[in-house]
Design a binder for this molecule. Structure first.
Ligand code: SAH
Ligand code: SF4
Ligand code: F3S
Length: 466
């Protein structure tokens, strides 16, 4: 559906249209969408504003995964709506998952908005702004086949880039809004993904993260069966098909689902040198009954076996995950099983959250919701444990020499460079000698260097150039 209503036309101007500002909330999919939308705006003649409150067009790319993420957007919008009342030429856009969830009711709540657009419409930003230019208030939240990406994203990094491989999610985890805001799964063709990666390599990018909410579902909506009778397009096949893109040194992928994570995939990751030894595999709960109530489709034992298999092929692999505490009905004993699993696996990093009831999800209507006090208490104890375990994991780097891909200067200390290990640990290191690096011109973002690790913290490392 693309609903339109008449309103006062904001002046978008001609070529050299003024300035834009994008604020991005939420996950990597939103970051990738924002980069594409920034590319579209620059193609239309907008330039990036120096400050949010000076911009002629403000776009919020929103997240609704938990209630606090959604509320944040409303407070930002209040500020802009006030600006718009003083300056009717301001263009206000809400994109992303809150836009998709709320649709037209956002216009009722914030009548100053010009455009409300769901994530599937990101590549159509120019067309939609054209309708705004005609003097309409536009809502674009209909189910939309995502056209092959012909836009040039304006990437935030010069070195690392996201590449979407599958949009949407067909799972039905009982707590999660993503399927209702991101729609059905749509996989891109391997040729298109490869082409995008070749373009990125030609522009100097060195690391690619392949993205999907459930990336292990990649290809199940594409046709084709191999002579051995298995699906022709899987994540494993995709990794093999894009692995030799020249100039790309590292490949990552996220987010993995334990239900679909295969041994074949683990073996391919171990065998393909560019695929980094870091796996983000959310487990959500350490208790089988809770996992069943969440409709996750695996047991804790299956999760353990996946990690064992990864570690038997790649002993140094980093493992990260997402966890929810205080899911409806979660008992103290069940919660403690989550703590035990964090300790037992020894995660390098865990994104934690207290359960937040979301619109149009089954668990939100269950009677056994837990109190705010229990949520806070469980989350705090878990966070303390996660940090302790991560610190222990970091210890293994002390005294080692690690390969680091240079991303840039440490924004908090201009005397230091910053990059990541293959296992995704953020690493800071002292300024290099001038004769090092490509062409003897010193280091540049995109260089691969060896760093001797001297200091370790829970989530980052420091050292000197080896
Ligand atoms: N597709 C990924 C995660 C998507 S959302 C997966 O299947 O794991 C990112 C994370 O947000 C989830 O892993 C979950 O831990 C958290 N999350 C999702 N819905 C939530 C809710 N209603 N309350 C609290 N956390 C939630
Ligand atoms: Fe949400 Fe589950 Fe899909 Fe992940 S797999 S996005 S948690 S529904
Ligand atoms: Fe948030 Fe949407 Fe991502 S709800 S986590 S931005 S898919």
């Amino acid at each position: 559906m693309t609903a339109t209503q008449p309103s006062a036309p904001p002046a978008l101007g001609g070529p050299g249209r003024g300035s834009y500002w994008i604020t991005t909330f939420g996950c990597q999919m939103n970051k990738a969408d924002s980069e594409r939308m920034a590319g579209i705006l620059e193609g239309m003649g907008y330039r990036e504003a120096n400050a949010e409150l000076e911009a002629d067009l403000v776009l919020y790319n929103t997240c609704t995964i938990r209630d606090n993420a959604e509320q944040k957007v409303y407070s930002y919008l209040g500020r802009q709506a006030q600006r718009k009342r003083a300056n009717p030429h301001l263009t206000l856009v809400v994109a992303g998952c809150v836009a998709q969830q709320e649709g037209e009711s956002l216009l009722r709540r914030v009548p100053e908005l010009d455009l409300v657009m769901g994530p599937q419409h990101a590549n159509r930003l120019d067309t939609l702004l054209g309708q705004v230019e005609q003097g309409q208030q536009v809502v674009a939240t209909g189910e939309h086949h995502i056209l092959e990406d012909i836009t040039t994203a304006r990437r935030d990094s010069q070195v690392c880039a996201w590449v979407n491989v599958i949009y949407g999610c067909n799972e039905r985890c009982t707590y999660c809004v993503v399927p209702s805001v991101r729609g059905r799964e749509q996989s891109r063709l391997p040729e298109a993904i490869r082409l995008e990666m070749e373009g990125l390599a030609a522009r100097g990018f060195r690391e690619i993260t392949l993205l999907g909410q459930n990336i292990d579902a990649y290809g199940r909506d594409l046709p084709g069966i191999t002579p051995e009778g298995r699906r022709q397009h899987t994540l494993t096949d995709l990794l093999q098909a894009v692995h030799d893109v020249e100039g790309i040194e590292r490949i990552r992928f996220a987010t993995s689902h334990p239900r679909y994570f295969t041994e074949r995939l683990i073996d391919a990751c171990a065998d393909l040198p560019k695929v980094c030894e870091h796996f983000h595999i959310p487990f959500q709960s350490g208790d089988d009954a809770v996992l069943r109530a969440m409709a996750r489709g695996y047991t804790v034992d299956r999760y353990r076996r996946i990690i064992e298999r990864i570690r038997s092929r790649m002993p140094d692999a980093a493992i990260s995950a997402d966890v929810i505490v205080a899911f409806p009905g979660e008992t103290d004993a069940q919660y403690r099983r989550t703590l035990e699993l964090v300790e037992e696996i020894g995660f390098d990093q865990v994104n934690t959250a207290a359960y937040s009831p979301r619109p149009n999800t089954p668990a939100a209507d269950w009677p056994d919701q837990l109190s705010e006090a229990v949520k806070v208490e469980r989350l705090q104890a878990l966070n303390a444990l996660v940090e302790r375990v991560a610190r222990q994991r970091s210890e293994r780097y002390r005294g080692r020499v690690e390969q680091v891909l240079v991303e840039g200067i440490n924004p908090r200390d201009p005397a230091q460079w910053m990059g990541r290990t293959r296992t995704n640990r953020l690493t800071f290191f002292g300024a290099p000698l001038p004769e090092s690096g490509r062409d003897g011109r010193g280091l540049e973002p995109g260089d691969l260097v060896n760093v001797s690790i001297e200091e370790v913290r829970a989530f980052s490392l420091s050292g000197t150039l080896a």
